[in-house]
Design a protein around this ligand. Structure first.
Ligand code: HEC
Length: 127
C-alpha cells in the first residue's frame, strides 16, 4: 500500500517538473530570437540621392522623440504637422524650439544634444 502511494506521488511530481521545464525552455528560446544589436551594425551612408528603404537615423529619432505628438511622417496629430517645416524655420530655430519649447510644446532638452542637432538639420531640409 505505502509503496504504491510513494510511486504515485513521485510520478506526479516528475510530471510537474517536466512540464515546467518545457515551459521554461519554451519561454527562454522564444526570447532568444530577438537579438539585442539589430540596429548597431550598419548606419546608412550620408547621401542626398535615392531615399533609403529603411528608416534613416533621423527618422528613427523623430519617431522616438516627436511622433507621439506630431504624428506619423510629420503629418501632425495632437501637435501641428511638421511637413514643410524647413520653409518656416531654420536649423538654428528648430534647435531652439527643441531646447526651449514653443507655445504649448514643452522643452525637449532631455534629448541628447547630438540627436537634437541631427533632428534640426533633417527637419530644416523638409521643404
Ligand atoms: C508633448 C508633445 C510634443 C512633443 C513630444 C513634441 N512636440 Fe513639437 N509641438 C507640440 C505642440 C503642442 C506644438 C504647437 C505649439 C503651439 O503653437 O502652441 C508644437 C510645435 C512644434 C513646432 C512649431 C510648428 C509650427 O508650425 O509652428 C516645431 C518645429 C516642433 N514642434 C518640433 C518638434 C520636434 C522636432 C520634436 C521632437 C524632437 C517635437 N516637436 C516634439 C508638441 C510636441
Amino acid at each position: 500500500m505505502e509503496k504504491r502511494q510513494g510511486t504515485k506521488t513521485s510520478l506526479v511530481s516528475r510530471l510537474l517538473v517536466c512540464t515546467s521545464l518545457l515551459f521554461l525552455f519554451g519561454c527562454s528560446s522564444d526570447s532568444a530570437t530577438t537579438s539585442p544589436d539589430s540596429s548597431a551594425s550598419s548606419a546608412p551612408p550620408e547621401s542626398d540621392s535615392a531615399p533609403p528603404a529603411v528608416l534613416s537615423a533621423e527618422e528613427k529619432l523623430y519617431e522616438m522623440y516627436c511622433l507621439n505628438c506630431h504624428g506619423e511622417q510629420l503629418k501632425g496629430g495632437y501637435a501641428p504637422k511638421l511637413e514643410g517645416i524647413g520653409n518656416k524655420f531654420s536649423e538654428e530655430e528648430l534647435l531652439k524650439i527643441m531646447v526651449e519649447g514653443i507655445g504649448k510644446m514643452p522643452s525637449q532638452k532631455y534629448i541628447p544634444e547630438e540627436d537634437q542637432k541631427l533632428l534640426a538639420k533633417w527637419l530644416a531640409e523638409q521643404k
